[in-house]
Design a protein around this ligand. Sequence first.
Ligand SMILES: *Cc1c(COP(=O)(O)O)cnc(C)c1O
Length: 391
Amino acid sequence: MVANLTDNIIENINFIDLQAQQSHIRDNIELSLKKVLDHGMYVNGPEVKEFELELAKFTGAKHVLSCANGTDALSLVLLAKDIKAGDAVFVPSFTFAASAEVIALCGATPIFVDVCPDSFNISISSLKEAINIATQHNLLSKAIIAVDLFGLPADYENLSKIAQEHNLWILADAAQSLGGGISNKKVGTFGLATSTSFFPAKPLGCYGDGGCIFTNDDKLAEDLDCLKSHGQLKSNRSEYVKIGTNSRLDSFQAAILLEKLKVFPAELIHRQKVADCYATYLDSSIRVIKLDDKNKVTSTWAQYTIVLPEHIDRDLLASKLKQEYNIPTAIYYAKPLHRQQAYLEFAKLSPNLPITNKLSKHVLSLPMDGYINLDTVKYISESINMLIRSF
Ligand SMILES: *Cc1c(COP(=O)(O)O)cnc(C)c1O
């Protein structure tokens, strides 16, 4: 079946094909951008409010506050909740640096937590260990930054139980998972607040930087709104009641996002088909993420990340995939945060992270977007299978 694959190399497979989406909606994006050029309200234009309202409908969140990027979205919540030196905030080590840097930048202590092997998301048992460690070091345990890695929502039901027991609040880092959900609840409604990113490569991306915070908490929403515009009082703009910052989503980016949001549901359906296709064709020695159907969990498949068998030389596989089959891949994340130079002092305070250490050695992310052809996905799967059998 795959014997002549090498004779039929598929040209131009992108790791994420942003161009395919753009061709699909280019005319509408141009019209939307033209409106901004015409009205000239480049900052806080009507598109920004409109996009926030559409996102509120899309997620079911009560308050939606757009901001400059996904990192600011995290930071603003920590700032609003007055996270500071002496506080401990729990975060997975197997994530993008932004999830943890915001904690350290507040002067607080990030405590790295291990992840589950079958979801890549924060492990409840490791979290319990981490909370004990924080107490032993006289740190005040304040919050959990739960990351929905690669688009899969974390185990919010069990996280909420622990959070309640220990008087912690949850910030959902949904930079990769906007559009996912659990049962009838959408990402944006879990925890005290949710942050997301519209970086171009995220499932819902703009053409630059952008971010957003979701919350159902009225007081927090009011504080965030104030903080993201320099701490200025909404009702009297000559009054500054907090030390804030400047974090806004540009009108141009909101205009682009309004168009992208229209096609997003169809893209999410296609992403699920792509994931199903990989799961069907990839060799059974390769571990793939399985969704929890019982709890009706849906993922955005921001990344389609597989776990290779331990004997496979990942770098060799990736280079052969590229050179012999023209298939691009990426490694998220090759070196977890607790082993990064900048975070070594915090690593001393974390429990053992065996799953994180293991995953970082064996994961590989495959091409995924809302437009990739299913024949291409089959070709990628069969090429991987063939190489793996030859190792
Ligand atoms: C991308 C990302 C962020 C940061 O988003 P930016 O918009 O790039 O600042 C935060 N957390 C995770 C898990 C991410 O993947």
